[in-house]
Design a protein around this ligand. Sequence first.
Ligand code: SF4
Length: 361
Amino acid sequence: MYFVPIDEKYYRMRADELDARISAAKDALGDRLVVLGHHYQHDDVIKFADYRGDSFKLSQMAAAQTEADYIVFCGVHFMAESADILSGPHQRVSLPDLKAGCHMADMADIDAVEECWADLMSVVGETVVPITYMNSAADLKAFVGRNQGAVCTSANARAILEWSFDQKRRVLFFPDEHLGRNVGWEMGVPLGSMILWDPDKPNGGNTPEAIEDSRIVLWKGNCPVHQLFNAKHVQRLREVFADIQVLVHPECKHEVVEQADLSGSTGFIVKTIEEAQPGSQWAIGTELHLVNRLAKEHPDKFIVSVDPNMCLCTTMNRIDRPHLAWVMENLVKGSVVNEIKVADDIAEWAIIALNRMLDIV
Ligand code: SF4
């Protein structure tokens, strides 16, 4: 992967010209191109996606695209890495803006996780299955592949944790503490049996006894977007709208999930709203672009954000029309810019962890 700056002329183009250029490039590339788009993308980007979904669905889509030469991923870096790992050797994956990272994924790195693993082994030996959330770098997926673990997404985290507990006594879950805690709680794991691992402290800030008693070791990481929702937001909504149903993503804090009516992945949120009764009222706790899109697409339902003042995912939204037009017009000329290529020695283990996930669910 190397950085090529965008041609600035794309920023001087009007929106309708960019739309026309992107459409023309798509037509010219035909079946040689597949555009994948995450639900959190801008409307003016996601409208060009051949497939839209959450990270789980998009990973399945990437694995299924055996014919296309090019995959343009409108999402964030770790998703494009997974697409590269799951796609064929002849296929090339582009991320329109390489600065589209994920703050949560950046909260765990391989050196810190290796250190945590060694510390855990010294206390409880071979009793731990490592599970990484999809929102992590490819070298962490390779780490879990090498150590008999798996990847999970918010759509399948429960199934993956159940599989893990069939293998061993405890789980090391990274990088999102909230998803791990919420899913563990839903499965009946007591909150006291889930310990937080702070990578900046010796033994993660835990005593050997606490580690021995634990069932889930939660890495201290979070999504800065979902973490902003709190229990007071839910309480205020219920005071104003007596019949509102609260539907949140499990990356939210436990106090929010505990008070919600429903919690589930981005795909679950979309499906729940699609199937909801006309006239029903919903407060949704996830990224604001998706909430606004659902409100627009379902005018027969009342839909608001759990917190209308929340921040957007700034990294996800670095993918914009100028970058998309620039990447696609380069593809038409046969040039792949902003290519995401995972090193072979990492990909060979990461694909084991990803395929384990796809086999379990
Ligand atoms: S919403 Fe949160 S977890 Fe998702 S890409 Fe943005 S920072 Fe990462």
